[in-house]
Ligand binder design. Structure first.
Ligand code: ADP
Ligand code: MN
Ligand code: MN
Ligand code: MN
Length: 405
């Protein structure tokens, strides 16, 4: 038990779970109630044919924490094939950290519809934005900020490619497959990145199931890889146009929560889940516009880098769920640049902004912003990249002054 307590004090994640009772049981996975409920029995009910005028719609939204999501189900009479066709809805915002009890009715406005990979067609997942009773956007609803910029700069055709890193934890909060009692995996990090074999990786089934489910849903899902740290993985959304990138990222996060629930595994996007001695977890944002991708685009990329440098701290204030934890990650170690200092470089993984190796020869391309933490809001990051590089809404373009929060 003593060694378990040591492992708890070492884990920033466990320290932040104030009300979680930690058990010293060494077989937590087998204790996960969601995991042990028989999927075979469930299958009997999943196979039941539904009346043709009944479609199940799961509305999913970002709650008041800004990183966790919630969902609730509704029976519709036909499949909404677009967000416009999905009815608006409401929920109790006082139970999601989004409203007070006395003024709790909070509204859901559909913004994207996906095929439901859990119930299959014709059922759907509906990504929804949250609006307060008075019609204003909820505090954690940054989609409007991002979408307005996407619309304003439509002619520039902003493209994004997002790399979501994540860590799998056992339900006791300790790394999946990490030795119980505070030990560390007996592997050197260089073998876990894109690694194979039980010694080097853990949890591939979840990564695999997630890939299939996201593709079925209709996300622009691009790839996956095992990451540097044991039980840490990455998936990529993109390259895709404008708002679809952050929309698909949030929906793929929702799908990941559902799949990991099935497996009795906790997925976290915490930027430094295992403390300072172990690698961090980020969400690199790859960004380009028509001008950057066309001949001569390199000059414009350089111009954008200058603007990003000027606005470094404004971006850093919005690139994570909690500044302290991203500061822990952006330590200058483990392929990161320091939090407070902007830098850029070609093929440099220790820079804030990395450009591809051949960008100068080609004279065009895209940039990779390596600063956002794993638990950032991609609506904020994509929005800020457009705001700083292309200009605020109404500015006439050209990188004029803008602000978000
Ligand atoms: P690495 O791990 O080496 O940074 P990845 O393959 O994980 O590379 O991610 C590269 C990302 O770059 C992908 O998400 C891809 O969509 C994105 N990308 C490629 N070309 C462009 C482009 N022109 N504009 C924006 N993003 C791009
Ligand atoms: Mn990557
Ligand atoms: Mn990575
Ligand atoms: Mn990257």
């Amino acid at each position: 038990m003593e060694s378990l307590i040591q492992c708890i004090t070492r884990s920033p994640i466990l320290q932040s779970f104030k009300n979680v009772r930690v058990s010293s049981n060494r077989h937590m996975l087998k204790q996960s109630i969601n995991h042990i409920m028989s999927k075979k029995v469930m299958d009997r009910y999943m196979r039941l044919p539904m009346p043709c005028n009944k479609v199940l719609a799961t509305y999913c939204w970002i709650d008041g924490s800004g990183i966790n999501m919630r969902c609730k189900d509704r029976i519709l009479s036909c499949t909404p094939y677009s967000a416009d066709a999905a009815p608006g809805w409401a929920f109790d915002g006082s139970s999601t950290g989004q409203a007070t009890t006395a003024n709790s009715d909070t509204n859901l406005k559909a913004c994207a519809v996906y095929r439901d990979p859990f119930r299959l067609e014709p059922h759907v997942l509906v990504l929804a934005e949250v609006y307060m009773g008075d019609g204003s956007a909820a505090k954690t609803n940054h989609r409007k900020f991002c979408n307005d910029l996407c619309e304003y700069h439509k002619a520039e055709e902003p493209w994004f490619g997002l790399e979501q890193e994540y860590t799998m934890l056992d339900v006791d909060g300790w790394g999946l497959g990490w030795p119980k009692g505070g030990g560390f995996p007996a592997v050197n990090y260089e073998f876990s990145y894109c690694g194979i074999g039980a010694k080097y990786i853990a949890g591939r089934d979840i990564c695999e199931a997630h890939t299939k489910a996201c593709l079925y849903a209709g996300c622009d899902f691009e790839g996956t890889n095992a990451e540097v740290m044991f039980a840490c993985w990455e998936w990529q959304i993109g390259t895709t146009i404008g708002i679809k990138a952050p929309d698909d990222m949030w929906m793929s996060r929702y799908i990941m929560s559902r799949i990991s629930e099935d497996y009795g595994v906790v997925v976290t996007y915490h930027p430094k889940p295992m403390g300072p001695k172990h690698p961090g977890v980020g969400m690199h944002h790859n960004f380009s516009t028509k001008r950057m991708r066309n001949d001569g685009g390199y000059a414009f990329i350089e111009e954008c880098i200058k603007r990003l440098e000027k606005n470094h701290m404004k971006h850093m204030k919005n690139y994570q769920h909690d500044e302290q934890t991203n500061r822990m990650r952006l330590s200058g170690k483990f392929e990161t640049a320091p939090f407070d200092k902007f830098s850029w470089g070609i093929a440099n993984r220790k820079a804030s902004i990395r450009l591809g190796r051949n960008i100068k020869e080609k004279g065009k391309g895209f940039m990779e912003d390596r600063r956002p933490a794993g638990d950032c809001d991609p609506y904020l990051v994509c929005g800020l990249l457009m705001d700083t590089c292309l200009g605020s809404v109404g500015s006439g373009g050209g990188g004029k002054k803008g602000c978000c929060k």
